[in-house]
Write a protein that binds this ligand. Structure first.
Ligand SMILES: NC(=O)c1ccc[n+]([C@@H]2O[C@H](COP(=O)([O-])OP(=O)(O)OC[C@H]3O[C@@H](n4cnc5c(N)ncnc54)[C@H](OP(=O)(O)O)[C@@H]3O)[C@@H](O)[C@H]2O)c1
Length: 291
């Protein structure tokens, strides 16, 4: 057993729906390893890409991966419970509704209490929602536009802003915003027939949010980038999507592990052999996507 696994232990649910980790038995292991292991926080991890990222991240012993905090509005789901149990507490669920300031504050305080002064290394803003327009962009409802922008952009900003102090204390200072090539203005003509207007607009805004953080926090050593995970078979992507969720998640994780200062302010696309020059709007060539 590695030190990483020795220190991972039992957790008990407390009244505020957070899970308190009993670190007493393994404090010394944690102190020995916490300087080398990176802590992650992934939003929207109840299902889909977020859940897959956490599952793969913790599926093998890896001394570079420490605690993986997964946030969800509801942490009492069978999938989350199963993952937490399977990983012996290495995956830590955090109840978070980022639209509720109290929930956000409590989530930050909870994570702070768990990392014991070593901060947070990697934040993945993954939570997202998609709506379809019945018709052309002129038929897009204001409700759809407002709600999708709020969830995909405003909430990602609120989460990032709230966790900045903990990220500052972290060693890696990585912020990855899960975007999509459907938000690329340059690629927009190729996606013209995809009727998710509000979603496309929101991902363009996600990219600009990413760039604003990249510019403003570069000097503090942050690396903030957007990444398109591919069209994946999830609830959001649907059953006809190009790739399994695991394929997209593994690629996102490859980038997260490699990420350094040279990733700051970039919009990355995954690499899937055989898809580099695929016909149609989606190519997965591992190059920076055009803005
Ligand atoms: N799937 C694709 O083909 C694809 C392609 C490109 C980019 N992406 C991006 O990848 C990310 C994950 O997508 P996915 O395919 O995994 O979607 P998904 O399976 O539908 O999961 C979406 C996740 O976001 C959470 N979420 C949605 N609205 C939220 C809100 N208002 N507050 C907090 N959490 C909220 C959901 O939580 P609940 O369970 O509580 O609803 C869920 O955990 C999104 O940002 C998406 O835009 C996906």
């Amino acid at each position: 057993m590695s030190d990483a696994y020795n220190y991972l232990n039992t957790y008990t649910k407390n009244t505020s729906h957070h899970y308190a980790i009993n670190t007493t038995a393994h404090q010394s292991d944690f102190k020995r390893t916490k300087n080398t292991m990176a802590t992650y926080l992934i939003t929207g991890a109840s299902r889909g890409l977020g859940l897959s990222l956490a599952t793969i991240l913790t599926s093998k012993p890896d001394l570079k991966v420490g605690l993986v905090f997964i946030t969800s509005r509801n942490t009492s789901t069978p999938k989350i419970t199963e993952l937490v149990e399977k990983t012996s507490g290495r995956v830590v669920p955090v109840q978070l509704d980022p639209s509720d300031p109290q929930s956000l504050k409590a989530a930050v305080e909870f994570v702070e209490s768990q990392v014991q002064g070593s901060g947070l290394d990697v934040l993945v803003n993954n939570a997202g929602v998609q709506r379809f327009t019945n018709g052309k962009v002129g038929d897009m409802s204001s409700t759809d536009l407002t709600e999708v922008l709020y969830t995909n952009v405003t909430l990602a900003h609120l989460v990032t802003s709230a966790f900045l102090p903990l990220l500052r204390q972290g060693k890696r200072k990585i912020i990855a915003n899960i975007s999509s090539t459907v938000g690329s203005i340059a690629l927009a003509p190729g996606f013209a027939r995809y009727p998710a207007h509000s979603y496309k607009i929101s991902k363009t805004a996600t990219n600009m949010l990413t760039m604003q953080y990249a510019l403003d926090y570069k000097d503090e050593g942050f690396s903030v980038f957007a990444i398109s995970p591919g069209w994946l078979r999830t609830d959001l992507g649907g059953p006809n999507a190009d790739l399994s969720v695991e394929t997209g998640a593994k690629e996102v994780l490859r980038y997260l592990k490699e990420a350094g200062p040279d990733f700051n302010g970039r919009f990355l696309n995954i690499l899937v052999p055989g898809w580099e020059n695929a016909p149609g709007p989606n190519q997965y060539d591992g190059k920076d996507a055009p803005w």
